[in-house]
Design a protein around this ligand. Structure first.
Ligand SMILES: Nc1ncnc2c1ncn2[C@@H]1O[C@H](COP(=O)(O)OP(=O)(O)O)[C@@H](O)[C@H]1O
Ligand SMILES: [Mg+2]
Length: 218
């Protein structure tokens, strides 16, 4: 999926968080977004997800203005630390996947996805028993059930130990090679520079650096 952000300024109440942000993501890119805490990274991706409402002519998704865009199901989203989710009650991995099954994914396809993302053996586990990294993978499987063209991961490796970070990037890299466009927020740009095609650095709501690591454009 192509994403184009043009002169986006956005804030909550009276405070401006994003200031004149512009950048492009091409189909097949693997973009890493970096920046300090509070710099506006999560706010930016919530604009792209249609969660934060913005005026027309600021963001297009596959050349459709976001204010006209309908197909948000084609964007997979794994939120930061599951701030937006709270499962205080016991629920298994399978049940979570069941709840969010908009598309008619067959049982076999679901098992295939669990296997591919490396959590087939966790399907009957209570999600409260999972590590942060395992929970990330559950949410990746969940988003893959909608066959996304764009996968957005907000700090997926925060608090995940080094060995698991490597495994995680291997998985995400495979998804990218299969053609899924990836936008990934991270604190540590060096943890997987070999996988990223582009980086975008944000400081205090402003884009301070854009880097092309692989590929052709800009
Ligand atoms: N829903 C919200 N309402 C008001 N302020 C918010 C909201 N979400 C984030 N903020 C503020 O916007 C700023 C940027 O936050 P955020 O986008 O989460 O930064 P980052 O993801 O880079 O750490 C912070 O000062 C944060 O407190
Ligand atoms: Mg954030």
């Amino acid at each position: 999926m192509r994403v184009a952000v043009t002169n986006l300024t956005f804030g909550y109440d009276y405070r401006t968080v994003l200031k004149d942000v512009s950048f492009k993501v091409n189909s097949g890119d693997f973009l890493a977004i970096v920046g300090n805490n509070g710099s506006g990274k999560s706010t930016l991706i919530k604009c792209i997800l249609g969660i934060n409402k913005i005026p027309p002519k600021r963001i297009t998704l596959d050349d459709v203005d976001i204010t006209e865009f309908k197909n948000f199901k084609s964007i997979g989203y794994v939120p930061q630390k599951f701030d937006d989710f709270n499962y205080e009650f016991p629920i298994t991995v399978n049940e979570i996947l069941q709840v969010s099954r908009y598309n008619k994914v067959t049982e076999d396809e679901k098992l295939e996805l669990l296997d591919k993302i490396g959590i087939l053996e966790l399907q009957n586990e209570n999600i409260n028993e999972l590590s942060g990294g395992e929970l990330q993978r559950v949410f990746i499987v969940r988003s893959l059930m909608n066959n996304p063209k764009l996968l957005i991961l907000d700090e997926p490796t925060a608090g995940v130990d080094k060995a698991n970070v490597e495994g995680f990037y291997k998985t995400v890299n495979e998804l990218n090679k299969e053609g899924i466009t990836i936008m990934l927020i991270t604190h540590n740009i060096n943890e997987s520079k070999a996988n990223f095609t582009h980086t975008l650095s944000i400081h205090n709501g402003e884009v301070v650096m854009k880097e092309v690591l692989r590929g052709d454009d800009e």
